[in-house]
Design a binder for this molecule. Structure first.
Ligand code: MLT
Ligand code: MN
Ligand code: ZN
Length: 309
C-alpha cells in the first residue's frame, strides 16, 4: 500500500494568505527550517495505479500537479484520472472544497458520513458533480467496506469510526451544546489493504484521545494524526484568533491530555502529525517544540512525503 501526503497543513495552509505570524513570515522569507504546506489530504493506493483521496482540499489542483502518479497515464483515454474515490473525514472547508476541483465530468465515488453528505446536499454548488458520474456513498460506522470507484475495485477497505470532535465551523449552532455536534461529524478512518490485511489510521481532526480511541489505536503500524496546535492557547498568545485548541475541536500536541502523552503508552509503530496549523511551533524544524515531538517518536508530516506499508 502506498500513501502520499498531498497536504500536511491545516485550514488556511502554510503560509496562510492573510497571516503575518512569525511562522508565516519565516516561510515566506524562505528561512532555513521552514517548508510551505498545502491543506489537509492524503492519497492512497494498493496497486500504484488507482488512488483514493482522503479528504479533498482547496489546494487539490496543485497537489495533483505535484504528484505524477495522479496524472492521466500515457495510453489512457483522452479524459482519465487515477483518482477513483474520495473519502471525507468531516465537512470542513479544508476537507471538502477540493471536490470542486474534481468537476469536468470524470467518474469517481465520494464516501462520507451521512451528516457530511447532508451538508454537501444542502449546498447546490456540489451538484456540479453529477450524481450519475459521482455517486455519494454513506459510510457505515465501524464496518469495513470495500472501496470502489469508476468501475474499479481499489483493493482497499475503509472502516470509519466517530472520534471526539466538532461540527464544521460554518454549521455551528452557537445556542446548542458543543455547537450542535453529533457523533459522525468527525471521523477517523482505518484503511485496510484487501490482499495483505495491512492497515493504517487517518485522523486529521480529533478533540480528545479517549479510551475507545486509545484502545483502537494500540499497537497500530501507522497513524496520521491531528497536529493542529502544539499549545492549547497558541493562537490566542500569538494574537491570531481568540480560540483555544479545545474550542476548535482539536486536541493539542502538548500537555497532560495532549496527543504526545496519550500516544506514549500505545505502542504505535509509526506516528505522523498532519493538519498542522500555521501557528504551530513544530513547523520550525529548529524549535524546541519540534525536538520535543521528535523525541516523543513523532514525525512532522510534510507535503509529498510518501510511506509504503
Ligand atoms: C478546522 O480544522 O478546525 C477547520 O478546518 C477550521 C476551518 O474551517 O477553518
Ligand atoms: Mn481543518
Ligand atoms: Zn501564520
Amino acid at each position: 500500500m502506498r500513501i502520499r501526503i498531498l497536504g500536511s497543513g491545516a485550514g488556511g495552509g502554510f503560509p496562510q494568505w492573510n497571516c503575518n505570524c512569525a511562522n508565516c513570515r519565516a516561510v515566506r522569507a524562505g528561512e532555513a527550517g521552514f517548508s510551505a504546506r498545502t491543506q489537509s489530504s492524503l492519497a492512497v493506493s494498493a496497486d500504484g495505479a488507482n488512488w483514493v483521496l482522503l479528504n479533498a482540499s482547496p489546494d487539490l489542483r496543485e497537489q495533483i500537479a505535484a504528484a505524477a502518479q495522479l496524472a492521466p497515464a500515457e495510453g489512457d483515454p483522452v479524459r482519465a484520472s487515477p483518482i477513483k474515490a474520495v473519502a471525507l473525514t468531516n465537512g470542513d472547508v479544508d476537507h471538502v472544497a477540493g471536490l470542486l476541483n474534481l468537476r469536468e465530468a470524470q467518474p469517481f465515488s465520494v464516501y462520507a458520513a451521512g451528516r457530511v453528505l447532508s451538508a454537501l446536499a444542502a449546498n447546490p454548488i456540489f451538484t456540479i458533480l453529477q450524481p450519475q458520474l459521482v455517486p455519494r456513498m454513506e459510510l457505515p460506522m465501524d464496518e469495513a467496506v470495500p472501496l470502489h470507484g469508476a468501475g474499479v475495485d481499489l483493493g482497499l477497505s475503509i472502516r470509519a469510526f466517530p472520534v471526539p470532535g466538532k461540527i464544521a465551523l460554518y454549521l455551528e449552532d452557537k445556542s446548542a451544546p458543543n455547537f450542535g455536534t453529533s457523533a459522525g461529524d468527525t471521523l477517523g478512518l482505518q484503511i485496510i489493504e484487501t490482499k495483505t490485511g495491512a492497515s493504517f489510521f487517518y485522523i486529521p481532526g480529533c478533540a480528545k484521545v479517549d479510551d475507545a480511541l486509545a484502545a483502537r489505536l494500540r499497537g497500530a503500524a501507522l497513524v496520521f494524526f491531528d497536529g493542529t496546535l502544539f499549545h492549547e492557547n497558541e493562537m490566542i498568545e500569538q494574537g491570531l484568533m481568540g480560540k483555544t485548541g479545545s474550542r476548535m475541536g482539536h486536541v493539542n500536541m502538548s500537555g497532560a491530555d495532549g496527543s504526545m502523552a496519550a500516544f506514549a503508552p500505545l505502542g504505535v509503530a509509526r506516528k505522523i502529525y498532519v493538519h498542522i496549523n500555521n501557528s504551530n511551533p513544530v513547523l520550525n524544524a529548529n524549535s524546541p517544540e519540534h525536538a520535543i515531538a521528535r523525541d516523543a517518536g513523532w514525525e512532522i508530516g510534510a507535503d509529498g512525503m510518501e510511506v509504503t506499508l
